[in-house]
Design a protein around this ligand. Structure first.
Ligand code: ATP
Length: 424
């Protein structure tokens, strides 16, 4: 079984070997678990390693980090630690734990336990396998629930009948893995899932847990498939009772996807988009602004996310009309779009088919976005101006002149300032 490790990049093999050495030295058995093992068997690249330790995971992680001189953080209350290697590679260490659910959809009660306890609490058979790091069985796959067979047969299967009742966020996870790997939810699991959906179990979970799993779906490389499947199986009323998935929603999501692809191809050097934010906005298109506000409070979205949702909702018809003009001054275009985030701007492009609007937004992103001038307040002070609101007005006039191609160099900017101030 060691063959699985042999196929990994050397850097990962070295890290696994180091964890194995520490397990041997410390007498604390350790195992790779969860998604990493699933992807290891599937041959899918995965840089998130999860290691379960039968013992003190924080001590284990601290030894591991100090061997590598790597940064690590701990969560003492949960007995977990994360070691950050480089280029996105991180390793989570956790003490093996046992979970019980005091009532449906509650947060589980956690106690420390064995590897077996840790695997039994997991969502699906394909995520409930471990690979031993211990001497004598290094690389052995521990597969208590026939996860490997389900991987071969491309099936998502829960470990027990009440899995979705205990933790309804698993409904979202089932759909995500099914669609990501092109698997099928196994018939009995599908029956349990539908029962849990009928019982509206997703309405009963803590909204932040639903939000996190929903975001994971929207962050998949092709989120349309899982979104559609989720809507077919559970609807969207667990997000807001007024939400539904219509032909329009589908078309909008597709248009959003096309805009994300366009931006990725055309504007490579820009900051990476929060694509999930755009997909989410397309999903909540039917909701009015007060419902969106309520949703943000209920699901506790971050300030920056809430701002983008609301900015989009506040867009006025007049802005769209101006953007749809075939001739618009660059400075006008700039002040209309510069205050908005890329996500909101691209949503406009996804929503409206008008050719001029598409071209104007493309022009803005290509030529004007982020434009700066060389003139500063210091220059104005040197011209004898006392600081005040006039500064902003003059700097804005210079920027407008630059946007409209009337000045190009710093010298041209400064001679414009002189003309404005009537300085010879
Ligand atoms: P991904 O490739 O999307 O990161 P993953 O399987 O690594 O997939 P995580 O959300 O990081 O997903 O979870 C890690 C592991 O923790 C899972 O493989 C699964 O074993 C377990 N797990 C996560 N969420 C749950 C849950 N709600 N119920 C039970 N087990 C879970």
């Amino acid at each position: 079984m060691k063959d699985y490790f042999d196929k990994l990049p050397q850097e990962l093999q070295d890290l696994i070997k180091l964890a194995s050495d520490i397990a041997g030295r410390s007498g604390m058995p350790a195992y790779l678990v969860g998604g990493f093992v699933r992807d290891l068997i599937l041959g899918v690249r995965n840089l998130d390693l999860d290691i379960v330790v039968e013992g003190d995971a924080i001590k284990f992680a601290s030894d591991f980090a100090s061997c590598l001189k790597a940064k690590f953080i701990t969560h003492r209350r949960f007995g977990t630690a994360t070691v950050f290697i480089n280029h996105g590679l991180k390793i989570d260490f956790a003490t093996a734990r046992k979970e019980t659910y005091p009532y449906p959809a509650s947060l589980p009660q956690v106690t420390f336990g064995s590897l077996r306890d840790d695997l039994v609490r997991r969502d699906f058979t394909i995520n409930a396998m471990a690979a031993s790091l211990n001497q004598g069985e290094f690389g052995k796959i521990i597969d208590l629930f026939n996860g490997r067979e389900d991987l071969r047969n491309k099936l998502i299967r829960v470990l027990h009948d009440l899995s979705f009742i205990d933790d309804p966020t698993r409904l979202l996870r089932a759909v995500r893995f099914e669609q990501r790997y092109d698997f099928k939810i196994e018939p009995r699991t599908l029956k349990y899932l539908k029962e849990a959906s009928r019982l509206k179990m997703l309405h009963k979970v803590h909204p932040q847990r639903v939000r996190d799993e929903l975001i994971l779906i929207l962050q998949e490389s092709s989120p349309l498939k899982p979104v559609k499947r989720l809507c077919a199986l559970c609807g969207l009323s667990f997000i807001d009772t007024e939400m539904s998935f219509t032909k329009k929603t589908n078309a909008f999501l597709k248009a959003v996807q096309a805009q994300i692809a366009w931006f990725g191809k055309t504007h490579i050097s820009r900051r990476k988009l929060d694509a999930w934010v755009m997909y989410f906005m397309a999903l909540i298109e039917q909701l009015n602004i007060s419902r969106v506000r309520r949703l943000c409070r209920q699901f506790v979205f971050r300030k920056g996310e809430e701002k983008r949702f609301l900015d989009y909702k506040k867009i006025k018809r007049s802005l769209v009309l101006q953007l749809s003009r075939s001739h618009i001054k660059p400075s006008r275009l700039f002040w209309l779009l510069e205050p908005l985030s890329y996500e909101v701007i691209l949503l406009l492009r996804a929503k409206y088919k008008d050719k001029a609007l598409h071209r104007n937004i493309a022009d803005f992103l290509r030529m004007y976005n982020g434009m700066r001038i060389d003139t500063t307040g210091e220059h104005l002070r040197q011209f004898g101006l006392t600081p005040g609101p006039l500064y902003q007005r003059i700097l804005r006039r210079v920027l407008n002149a630059k946007l409209n191609g009337l000045v190009r160099t710093k010298e041209e900017e400064l001679s414009l300032v002189k003309r404005i101030l009537k300085i010879k």
